[in-house]
Design a protein around this ligand. Sequence first.
Ligand SMILES: N[C@@H]1[C@@H](O)[C@H](O)[C@@H](COP(=O)(O)O)O[C@@H]1O
Length: 253
Amino acid sequence: MRVIITVDYKEMSKKAAEIVKRQIKERPNTVLGLATGSTPLGMYKYLIEMYKKGEIDFSNVITFNLDEYVGLSAEHPQSYHYFMFHNFFHHINIKKENIHIPNGVALDLEEECSRYEEEIEKAGGIDLQILGIGVNGHIGFNEPDESIDTKTHVVTLTEDTINANKRFFKSADEVPKKAITMGLGSIMKAKKIVLLASGKNKAKAIKETIKGQLTTKVPSTVLTLHPDATIIIDKEAASLIPDEDLKEIEVIV
Ligand SMILES: N[C@@H]1[C@@H](O)[C@H](O)[C@@H](COP(=O)(O)O)O[C@@H]1O
């Protein structure tokens, strides 16, 4: 696992955007795995700027989002559909038919999960997966548990996640209790993975991720098994990594 520690959030976002840009330059019909949350917002802003300057063409890019809340329609301002269109897709030249986000209001959620998994496979799998991380080490909405489904599935959100995400809702009661998420297997099948984290509240999860001890109690630890995973974090998110672990990883400040 490569670890890149940047001075701040801005540099983290810029580095991530550059990786995406390079990927699309090399392969214009790239299949991108995308994440929501506040962390990738800076990266999306840089990507929009690059698009406006004519540096990236999204016309052949295909995207798959990691997750969606169960019960929120695409028009709901807190849905991940809304988030993605509002913060990214509306500002670039991506084709609507190339955008994939799980449908949180599907009548048959199980069927929606299998359909989504099949769509990813039909597209040839994900070339570059962007990830954020939850305070409890979740990736997508794969919450810490005794066991975790490997394929796209419905999850019950933990207290930690509901609390962390309530800032986007009027109250914790309004945060949906369930979500559809790509599984750890769907994520791990991506050819390249880039995980982003910023701020002190992610420091513990990052420390655990880098420690090299695989556990479903910290789902992000699975990334240590990936042959091409890069973690880009700012200094605050890196603040709890012990010196001995830092020595073993590649650090570029
Ligand atoms: N399902 C999303 C995750 O994909 C995201 O990584 C996490 C962190 O969000 P933030 O970047 O806002 O801290 O939040 C949500 O729970």
